[in-house]
Ligand binder design. Structure first.
Ligand SMILES: [Zn+2]
Length: 436
């Protein structure tokens, strides 16, 4: 199989030792990383091998967006709090969405992610077979889950989720997976959570749920069930190391302990939490308790950007501001959350550059004002710029499973302008149906 040889760049491995190889190399062989090391590549170059000159580039693991929704209608009802927003905009759109709109909205969402260096999305949405096709065609790594709720809410059922699992789980040589998704507790019941856990165990797959996102959710749970959301999920047996709990803004000390006891994975989504006025998660306490926390943007409807670099910056600044403490959430820790922690949450073989890992790699161009000045050979300076100075437009190349999805900021797998035009058309068609 032909190789991709990336040489002469600053290789940020994000491995246990946090090794950085200045002027180093990374060799990709098929869908795996074959070698990572110091110095420019000196080995053999075969006829079909591709050589990438990474001079002036940071070569690093692709970013993992741990809480994600395909988006069809960003920029609407931006002034509303979460619950009102869901009823006014989100649910009407996802209840009305047709197959074509789902496919192109997913493709446009994944396109924006690929353009800012995201190689894996953990996407909870509807019409998963169409999303699976989009992920397959554009080449991103995707974990998909349904928006399962009680039947009266007219969203997805566990049977829909099982059907989606049967239809697309394992597609693209395992690049596309299907988890069981629960929308959130206000539209669910302890019985539904128990059934979701049983289905996930039967399928041998994971779970994706929103938990403790807003104060209104916590109050609703206390009223209906006499317990806080994470306590309900714990008692229903839903939590576990295979469960991604998104947001977790309003966790009590007891709930943090339940997350810890069950090894539940947390997606911290600071941009969405701020924009929807949901608050600031207790990230320092969650990390101190030893929880594995990755980062997510949530959805373009409630963020409104899918730029994972923005998410990294928010994940530091919000906690520094609210705690009046500049020592919190330093850049290397934030980069690890966006790479290794997200990968660990999904049990993926990605998130660091090491021989044997999956070939999910990005190249970030430093030859621009965002990375100027740049001290030669200084690791701390690179981390600082990645988190505090850069945005996704610095990403030059995105590679997933050894396939180059974007190079020189040009998407290679689909026609970018067609994706955008079709996503616009799908949005307008869906809006028309809602208003009819
Ligand atoms: Zn969400």
């Amino acid at each position: 199989m032909s190789k991709i040889i990336i040489t002469g760049g600053t290789v940020l491995t994000v491995n246990d030792a946090d090794d950085v190889h200045f002027g180093g190399h990374v060799v990709l062989d098929g869908d795996r990383i074959a070698a990572v090391g110091d110095g420019t590549y000196q080995g053999p170059v075969g006829d079909g091998d591709q050589l990438i000159d990474a001079a002036g580039m940071i070569v690093m693991p692709g970013l993992i967006d741990l809480h994600y929704h395909t988006a069809i209608a960003k920029g609407f009802s931006d002034h509303l709090p979460l619950w009102e927003y869901l009823d006014a905009c989100w649910y009407p759109f996802i209840r009305t969405l047709d197959a074509e709109a789902a496919y192109w909205s997913a493709a446009a969402s994944y396109l924006e992610s690929i353009k800012c260096g995201v190689t894996t999305v953990n996407d909870m949405y509807r019409r998963l077979p169409d999303l699976g096709r989009a992920a397959h065609d554009i080449g991103i790594r995707a974990v998909l889950s349904n928006d399962v709720a009680l039947p009266e809410h007219n969203l997805d059922t566990l049977q829909d989720n099982k059907d989606a699992y049967d239809a697309v789980h394992g597609l693209g040589h395992g690049r596309i997976e299907v988890y069981v998704g629960i929308e959130w507790l206000p539209l669910a019941s302890p019985g539904l959570l128990r059934d979701a856990r049983a289905l996930a165990d039967e399928l041998g797959t994971g779970i994706h749920i929103h938990l403790n996102e807003s104060l209104t959710e916590v109050e609703n749970s206390k009223e209906r069930f006499g317990q806080r959301p994470t306590e309900v999920a714990y008692d229903a047996g839903l939590l576990g190391a295979d469960c991604i709990a998104a947001h977790c803004v309003w966790l009590s000390d007891t709930e943090i302990a339940l997350m810890r006891e069950t090894g539940t994975q947390i997606s911290h989504n600071p941009g969405s939490n701020a924009k929807l006025g949901n608050g600031i998660a207790r990230l320092p306490e969650m990390l101190a308790a030893g929880l594995n926390v990755g980062l997510g943007h949530d959805a373009a409807e409630c963020n409104n950007s899918r730029d994972a670099f923005q998410t990294m910056k928010f994940a530091s600044l919000m906690h520094r501001a609210s705690r009046v403490d500049a020592s919190l959430m330093q850049a290397p820790e934030v980069v690890r959350m966006a790479t290794r922690n997200g990968s660990a949450a999904l049990k993926h073989d990605t998130g660091e550059l090491a021989a044997g890992k999956k070939a999910d790699v990005i190249l970030v161009d430093t030859r621009n004002p965002m990375f100027t000045p740049l001290m030669p050979g200084d690791k701390a300076h690179i981390y600082s710029h990645l988190v505090f100075a850069a945005n996704g437009s610095a990403v030059d190349t995105t590679i997933v499973d050894g396939q180059i999805l974007m190079a020189g900021r040009q998407l290679r797998t689909m026609d970018e302008q067609q994706v955008l035009a079709e996503a616009n058309a799908g949005f307008l068609r869906t809006l028309e149906k809602i208003r009819a």
